[in-house]
Design a binder for this molecule. Structure first.
Ligand SMILES: Cc1ncc(COP(=O)(O)O)c(C=O)c1O
Length: 364
């Protein structure tokens, strides 16, 4: 296959990371986050790879949930699919019922609508409380009211209680444990308790073992990044996605010569520039500054000049054996996406989800 710009996706790394979630949260069920096309890795590939290792999958939009259900059904895979906070109307409720999708209810209006909507098949709901993020979720009073409304409905198969931490990357447990307690205290005061509780994202799974509760919701750690940067080496995660492109051209430049649009990078001495087949239209960030690291045949080099739509330029002056056709790793195996993200003022999540459709996907 002719390749210029591609991502390699490692199933072995994905499964290793899921095992690590299990090791860190041995008593919890795992709801794997596959929203945004599995953080850019391919939602159905992730779900097919992990369905025997985890207890369910979560997506953000109804269209994502429907697509995933269709793909899994085709492969005869039954799995819990949870649709995270979205706008709820009669059509969404019907779709959840018909396709067997769990639904997060994050406001009282949706709970009222659901309570008043008979459904062909009962659905499982996850009631979401706001414990401090102030993004989605109900206040204590609304949550209790929504719960009382729904717990008596014959078309509600079961109820889970959930929330989302605002500061789980902060390894000081004070705030996260307070937020955790707000949900668990309210939940245990409601009729019919105990209910399954879910709060922990990757940072909480890694950094706050007291806050795992019954269902953990790992996202980024499944894909190989540790948002706390504190995981012990024995529990190291493996990058699932490696973004690669080939060297298309090489040229020598003289002191004072500029490279790329507006000649942002200027040679201080004789230098060798490699032009690489990746640009912002592939998902490499346009705002990557000079000095952002890449690997050429496994050795570090760096961005030199503004990233353009289809191409980027790197300084390989110290790598005299570089030739046209060589492989350049933009992030992944050997170069953490989080490090590239730090140069670019972003996080691995954004880098992963911005890989565009023209980039070849090679599933290993
Ligand atoms: C509600 C919810 N739970 C869990 C996660 C997973 O977070 P992370 O990828 O940091 O593990 C997300 C991600 O944004 C989320 O929105």
């Amino acid at each position: 296959m002719h390749k210029t710009t591609w991502v390699e996706l490692s199933r072995e790394a994905l499964r290793h990371n899921a095992n690590m979630v299990r090791r860190l949260a041995p008593k919890a069920a795992i709801l794997a986050m596959v929203k945004a096309n599995g953080y850019g890795h391919g939602a159905s590939w992730v779900a097919e790879s992990l369905h025997q290792q985890v207890e369910g999958f979560a997506v953000a939009r109804l269209s994502e949930a429907q697509q995933l259900r269709a793909r899994l059904t085709k492969k005869h895979i039954q799995a819990r699919i949870v649709q995270l906070g979205t706008s709820v109307d009669g059509a969404v409720l019907q779709a959840c019922s018909v396709h067997g999708l769990d639904l997060v209810i994050h406001d009282l209006e949706s709970a009222k609508l659901l309570a008043a909507s008979p459904l062909p098949r009962p659905i499982t709901v996850w009631l979401k409380m706001n414990v401090g993020m102030n993004r989605l979720g109900m206040s204590t009073e609304e949550f209790a009211q929504a719960h009382q409304l729904l717990c008596v409905q014959p078309h509600i198969a079961s109820i889970h209680h959930m929330s989302h931490f605002s500061d789980a990357e902060d390894l000081d447990p004070t705030l996260t444990e307070q937020q955790s307690l707000r949900l668990s205290e309210l939940s245990s005061s409601l009729s019919g308790s105990p209910y399954p509780l879910s709060m922990a994202n990757s940072a909480a799974i890694i950094g706050h073992p007291n806050c795992h509760h019954d269902w953990v919701r790992p996202g980024i750690m499944l894909y190989g990044d540790d948002p706390t940067q504190r995981l012990h080496a024995a529990n190291a995660l493996k990058p699932v996605m490696t973004f690669k492109a080939t060297v298309l051209a090489l040229r020598d430049v003289a002191p004072g010569d500029g490279v790329g649009y507006n000649r942002r990078w200027q040679a201080k001495s004789n230098a060798r520039i490699a032009t690489v087949a990746a640009g912002y239209a592939d998902g490499y960030p346009r705002h990557a500054p000079d000095g952002t690291p890449v690997l050429v045949n496994g050795q570090r080099a760096s961005v030199a000049g503004r990233v353009s739509m289809d191409l980027m330029t790197i300084d390989v002056s110290h790598l005299p054996h570089t030739t046209v056709g060589d492989e350049v790793t933009l992030w992944g195996e050997g170069l953490a996406a989080s490090e590239v993200g730090r140069y670019c003022g972003t996080i691995s999540y954004e880098l992963f989800t911005r890989i565009t459709s023209r980039v070849d996907r090679i599933y290993l």
